[in-house]
Design a protein around this ligand. Sequence first.
Ligand code: FAQ
Length: 311
Amino acid sequence: MSVDLQEHFDETIAHERRIEPRDWMPDGYRATMIRQIAQHAHSEIIGMQPEGNWITRAPSLRRKAILLAKVQDEAGHGMYLYSAAETLGAGRGDMTAKLIGGRQKYSSIFNYPTLSYADVGVIGWLVDGAAICNQVPLCRSSYGPYARAMIRICKEESFHQRQGYELLLTMMRGTAAQREMVQDAVNRFWWPSLMMFGPPDADSPNTAQSMEWGIKRHTNDELRQRFVDMSVPQAEKLGVTLPDPLLRWNDERGHYDFGPVDWDEFKAVIAGNGPCNTQRVARRKAAHDEGAWVREAAMAHARKNPERVRV
Ligand code: FAQ
């Protein structure tokens, strides 16, 4: 590596300019970007499963059309992100093999079951809400293709969040049983949503370097706090109780205080021992295996029309 290349990279980061695919970058930067983008892409693809579970049982045609559109958006985000990872030299087939083999992660949140239709609303409100909170700053991430992908993804996540909140507002205007369904879903998804932001800063091995490289713009704890502050008034408006007896406004800090997250549960889930890990990965593997003929047909088609193949 020449000193000039390293200097040029450091200057690009220092001046908040973007690193582009053909630019020289340290091996560690490339590996970190591939790790984060692959994990993000896998999350979008695995994240189709919990909500996909309810497509055939949506309560009305309108809700079904909305849910179908949302799940399709998630597939699109996954494809978009795999393309961004490919610009760094990662192979899509290889990333999928690593996901299925447990060598690359996906978000802990998608290892929890969806037990009622209220879960669709709560995933939109809290899970997409947490995703937006985490991803809006990533629109300024230092790697160009990832930052640009985030702009479109965040716009769509914003629609997802609103559809979830609107579904919950509608259910809260319904019967006592419907309100109970919403509260039950909130009780199950609140703490796992806080875990989406990753371990506390003191236990986050990647944050310091990722912040130095401009990959991450805020720490895990900063974003988690922002999410709590944003969610409390939304919960009040909705009329649900967040399941945390220690949640209260702290005038001095200008933020809500909240209770301790169960990090043992988080560690168990990312180690593969959450309620649905086995099922999620098995379904992903089955879909991949069943899609083999499509990939073969696409390759055969590409060979017949070589001038249309981009290399
Ligand atoms: N789950 O040192 P850090 C969505 C891992 S949104 C699983 O803090 P980092 C939209 C981490 O990878 C969800 N693993 O790591 C949607 C690392 O392990 P490694 C996806 C987690 O990277 C909504 C280790 O713990 N969003 O899909 C989690 O600096 C509804 C140490 O952690 C993104 O991926 C976790 N929650 O910070 C779709 C956003 N947290 O890799 C469908 C982009 C941490 O060294 C329906 N990613 N780990 O083996 C990021 O912002 C970061 O990667 C963090 C983690 C903040 C997730």
